[in-house]
Write a protein that binds this ligand. Structure first.
Ligand SMILES: C[S@@+](CC[C@H](N)C(=O)[O-])C[C@H]1O[C@@H](n2cnc3c(N)ncnc32)[C@H](O)[C@@H]1O
Length: 275
C-alpha cells in the first residue's frame, strides 16, 4: 500500500529500493532507508504518518552497537519523541527506543517461551531490557517468581515502571551485570527451573553463569546468531563445550529460527535441558 501511494511521488528506481517492511513500536514507525533514498525520507515518512496510530516516523541512522545494543535514530516526521508505549501479548511496555534495545519481531518468541512455563516455576531472565520476556511470562503463565537482570540504566528505569504498569507482583528486577549478580545468587544457593537468555550479539556466551545457577532439570533458552549453514551445529557445539567446562550434561530439545538479522544470518533459539 505504501508503495502504491508513493508511485507518483518517487521514481520507479527509488520505489524498488524501498524496504519491504518497517517495524512499528507503539506509535513509532521505524524505517531503514538506503543512503540513496535519504533525500526522499520526508516524503516516505509523511505517507507512513497517514497510517492508523502512527504519530512519529524515525529513520535508523546506524547499526546496533555496544553491549547495551542501542540503535541511533532520527525523527523524520511527526511528534519529536523516541518514547512510546508498545502493546504486545497482553502487556504494556514503555520505553525510549533510542536508549534501550527492543524488537517487536520477538513477540512470538516470547509467547512461545511463556507457553512452556509450568505452574510455580522459578525463572531467571538474563539481559532483561525493559522486561519484554519477563512481563510476557509473568502475564501469560503461572510462574511463581521471575528474577530479571539488566545492566542499562535507562532500560532499568523503564523496567521498574513497566512492572507497575502491568501490575505483576512476582517479578524481582535487579539492575546490574549478570557477571556480578549471578555469582551473588550462587553464593545464596539460588537455583532456577528455567533460564531465559535473550543475549546481546557479542562473543561471550554467558553460559557458564547460567550453568552455575542451574539444577538437574533446568531448561535454558539460549539465543545465538548464526549463518544458515551453521544452524544448529555451531550453537549446539558452543552449548556442549560450555557444559563440558561446567561439568554438566545437557540434552538439546529444539532449535528455532526467531528472525533474520542480516541477509542469510539468523537469530536462533536453542532450548536445552541440564541433566
Ligand atoms: C539483545 S538485548 C535484549 C533485551 C530484551 N531482553 C529484549 O528482548 O528486548 C540484550 C540486553 O542485554 C543487556 N546486557 C548486555 N550485557 C549485559 C550484562 N553483562 N549484564 C546484564 N545485562 C546486559 C543490554 O543492555 C541489552 O538490554
Amino acid at each position: 500500500m505504501l508503495k502504491r501511494n508513493l508511485k507518483r511521488k518517487i521514481t520507479k528506481q527509488e520505489l524498488s529500493m524501498l524496504p519491504r517492511a518497517f517495524d512499528i513500536v507503539g506509535n513509532i514507525a521505524i524505517i531503514n532507508l538506503p543512503r540513496e533514498l535519504r533525500r526522499k525520507e520526508k516524503l516516505v515518512a509523511q505517507e507512513i504518518l497517514k497510517l492508523k496510530n502512527i504519530e512519529t516516523v524515525v529513520n535508523k541512522i546506524g547499526g546496533i552497537t555496544g553491549k547495551l545494543r542501542r540503535t541511533p535514530y532520527k525523527v523524520v516526521s511527526g511528534k519529536k519523541t523516541f518514547e512510546t508505549m508498545h502493546k504486545e501479548n497482553n502487556c504494556r511496555m514503555k520505553m525510549d527506543i533510542s536508549k534501550v534495545y527492543f524488537s517487536p519481531r520477538l513477540a512470538s518468541d516470547r509467547l512461545d517461551i511463556a507457553k512452556q512455563v509450568k505452574k510455580n516455576e522459578k525463572i531467571l531472565v538474563m539481559f532483561a531490557g525493559i522486561l519484554p520476556y519477563t512481563l510476557v511470562i509473568a502475564r501469560n503463565s503461572k510462574a511463581k517468581e521471575i528474577y530479571a537482570i539488566e545492566i542499562n540504566k535507562s532500560a532499568a528505569k523503564y523496567a521498574l515502571e513497566n512492572i507497575k504498569l502491568n501490575k505483576v507482583d512476582n517479578v524481582v528486577f535487579i539492575r546490574g551485570d549478570v557477571k556480578k549478580v549471578i555469582p551473588s545468587f550462587k553464593r545464596k544457593g539460588m537455583k532456577f527451573d528455567r533460564i531465559v537468555m535473550p543475549r546481546p550479539q557479542i562473543r561471550d556466551t554467558f553460559l557458564k553463569y547460567a550453568f552455575s545457577v542451574a539444577k538437574k532439570g533446568t531448561i535454558i533458552h539460549f539465543h545465538d546468531f548464526l549463518k544458515e549453514e551453521e544452524i544448529p551445529v555451531v550453537a549446539e557445539g558452543r552449548i556442549r563445550q560450555e557444559a563440558f567446562y561446567a561439568k554438566r550434561k545437557v540434552k538439546i530439545l529444539r532449535c528455532k529460527k526467531t528472525g533474520e538479522i542480516a541477509p542469510y544470518k539468523y537469530r536462533v533459539r536453542v532450548d536445552f535441558q541440564v541433566l
